[in-house]
Design a protein around this ligand. Structure first.
Ligand code: PEP
Ligand code: MN
Length: 473
C-alpha cells in the first residue's frame, strides 16, 4: 500500500525545536502565569514559522481577550460522559472533516454534517443500547500536521499547506506564507459554526423522530440502505411503542453535542485558555475536547506538556509504532488521578495491523489499572494513493479496522468505546467502495476535501448500520 504525504500518514515524526518565539506576549495577562507556559521551553513540532512575530503577538493578544467558545462546565460534562465510555457504559461517535475550510462554512454544509452524525448516532444508540456521546471534529479543526514541510509540483517546491488557520491551499508562494490573521479568522469561523451547531441541536432540528425519519428515507431510497430495512423497522417499532406508552422524554427533542479538534497550534490554544472561576484551573475554551495528533505526541514535547495543564478531556492519537510503555507514560502525564473520561486513546493502526498490535497495548494499559476510553480511528492507517493521484481510502478497509477493533476488545473483555471518523454530509467522491459504490474512476467527480479523504453521507450511514450489526453479531 503506497503511503503519500498528508496529515493522515505516520511518516516521520519531526521532533521540532524549542519554541522560544514570544514568551513575553502574555506578560500583562493571566496567561503569563509561568506554570501554563511551560510548553514554550520544549520542542514544539509542526508550528508555523511566522515571518512577522510582532503581527503574531498582536493577534494573540486580542484572542486572549475574546469570549470563550465553550464553557468549562460543558467540558466537565463531556469528561463525565467520556467517563461512562471508559467504564463501558456509553459509546463515542466522533466525526467530521479532516480539515475544515474557511470557504466551506455554510449553513447547508454544517447541517448536512450534523444530520449525518445524528443519523449515525440514532442507529448506534439502538444497536449498542447505551448512550452515544456525540462529538464533532468541528468548529476548530483548521490546523493540519503535515508529513513533509514542503510540497513539489512540476519542479516547483513550496511550503506545505498547513490548514486554513496557517496558510492558503493555493499552490503559490504568497498563499503558503503563514499569516497570523488566519488565527483570528479561525476563532470567528469556529464561533459561527458553533453557534449554528448549538441552534440545530437544541432548537428542534435534532428531534429523534425526525432523525429516524431521515434514516427511513436512506433505507427506502438508496440502494445501500435497503440492506438495513430490518434494523430500521425495529427502531420504528421501538419508537412507536414509546409513543403508545405516552413517553415523550425531553431527550427526544434535543441532543448534547460537543466540539473537538486537534490541539496543534499551541499559540492559539494557549491564547484561548482561561482559568475557570469555579475551580481556579485552566481550560482550553476553544473546544470541549482536544486531541494530540500522531505527529506531535512526543512525551518530552510541547503538545503533551500543554495537554497536561488543561482540564478538558484529552485524546491522543496512537499509531502502530506506539509502545505499551509510551501509553503508560501518557497515563502518568495526562491522567495521574486515573479519572475515567480524562484520557481517550484513539488508535489508528490500519486494518492490516490492528489485530496484531492492539492487544498488547490494551492488555498493558488494563493491567495498570487505568480506565481510558478506547476509540478506533479507522481512517488514518488506511490511506493510499490511487493511480489518478488522489489520496483515498477503501470503505472495506475502514470497516475491517473497526471489526478488528471490536474483535480485540471483545477477546480481552475490554470496551470498544467508540469510533473517530472523517466524514461529511455531502455526496463527495473521496473514499472508494460503500453500498452506493464509489469507484477509483469516480474520485475526480467530487473530490473536495481540504486534506484527507472523507466518507460521504451514504458511506457514513453504511458504516453506522454495519457497526450496529457488529453489536448484534
Ligand atoms: C487527523 O486526525 O486528521 C490526523 C492528522 O490524524 P493523525 O494525527 O492520527 O495522523
Ligand atoms: Mn486527517
Amino acid at each position: 500500500m503506497a503511503v503519500v504525504s498528508m496529515c493522515g500518514t505516520a511518516a516521520g515524526r519531526p521532533t521540532g525545536t524549542p519554541y522560544a518565539g514570544h514568551v513575553t506576549v502574555n506578560a500583562d495577562s493571566s496567561i503569563s502565569d509561568p506554570t501554563w507556559n511551560t510548553w514554550r521551553d520544549l520542542p514544539a513540532a509542526q508550528q508555523p514559522d511566522y515571518p512577522d512575530p510582532a503581527a503574531l503577538r498582536a493577534v494573540l493578544k486580542e484572542l486572549e481577550g475574546y469570549p470563550p467558545l465553550v464553557f468549562a462546565g460543558e467540558a466537565d460534562q463531556l469528561r463525565q460522559r467520556l467517563g461512562a465510555v471508559a467504564r463501558g457504559e456509553a459509546f463515542l461517535l466522533q466525526g467530521g472533516d479532516c480539515a475544515e475550510a474557511f470557504d466551506q462554512i455554510t449553513a447547508e454544509q454544517i447541517r448536512a454534517k450534523l444530520k449525518t452524525l445524528l443519523q449515525m448516532s440514532a442507529v448506534l444508540t439502538y444497536a449498542a443500547a447505551v448512550p452515544v456521546v456525540k462529538v464533532g471534529r468541528i468548529a476548530g479543526q483548521y490546523s493540519k500536521p503535515r508529513s513533509r514541510p514542503d510540497e513539489t509540483r512540476d519542479g516547483v517546491t513550496l511550503p506545505s499547506y498547513r490548514g486554513d488557520s496557517v496558510n492558503g491551499a493555493d499552490f503559490t508562494a504568497a498563499a503558503r506564507v503563514p499569516d497570523p490573521e488566519r488565527l483570528r479568522r479561525m476563532y470567528h469561523s469556529s464561533a459561527a459554526t458553533l453557534n449554528l451547531v448549538r441552534g440545530f441541536t437544541t432548537g428542534g432540528y435534532a428531534d429523534l423522530r425526525q432523525v429516524h425519519a431521515w434514516n427511513q428515507d436512506f433505507v427506502r431510497n438508496s440502494a445501500s440502505g435497503q440492506r438495513y430495512e430490518a434494523l430500521a423497522r425495529e427502531i420504528d417499532n421501538a419508537l412507536n411503542f414509546m409513543k403508545a406508552c405516552g413517553a415523550d422524554p425531553a431527550e427526544f427533542h434535543s441532543v448534547e453535542f460537543y466540539a473537538s479538534h486537534e490541539a496543534l497550534l499551541l499559540d492559539y490554544e494557549t491564547a484561548l485558555s482561561r482559568v475557570d472561576s469555579r475551580t481556579g484551573t485552566l481550560y482550553d475554551v476553544s473546544a470541549h475536547m482536544v486531541w494530540i495528533g500522531e505527529r506531535t505526541r512526543q512525551l518530552d514535547g510541547a503538545h503533551i506538556e500543554f495537554a497536561s495543564r488543561i482540564r478538558n478531556p484529552v485524546g491522543i492519537k496512537l499509531g502502530p509504532g506506539t509502545t505499551p510503555e509510551e501509553a503508560l507514560s501518557y497515563i502518568e502525564r495526562l491522567d495521574p488521578e486515573r479519572e475515567p473520561g480524562r484520557l481517550t486513546f484513539i488508535t489508528r493502526y490500519g486494518a492490516d495491523r490492528i489485530r496484531d498490535l492492539l492487544p498488547g497495548l490494551v492488555e498493558k494499559v488494563t493491567a495498570s489499572g487505568a480506565q481510558v476510553a478506547w476509540v478506533c480511528d479507522p481512517m488514518h492507517g488506511n490511506t493510499f494513493e490511487a493511480a489518478s493521484g488522489h489520496k483515498t481510502r477503501r470503505f472495506d478497509d475502514v470497516l475491517d479496522e473497526v471489526k478488528g477493533f471490536f474483535e480485540v476488545h471483545r477477546s480481552l473483555g475490554t470496551h470498544p468505546g467508540g469510533i473517530h471518523v472523517e466524514l461529511t454530509g455531502d455526496d463527495v467522491t473521496e473514499c472508494v467502495g460503500g453500498g452506493d459504490e464509489i469507484f477509483v474512476d469516480d474520485l475526480h467527480q467530487r473530490y473536495e476535501t481540504a486534506c484527507d479523504p472523507r466518507l460521504n453521507r451514504s458511506q457514513s450511514l453504511d458504516l453506522a448500520f454495519l457497526v450496529a450489526e457488529m453489536y448484534r453479531a
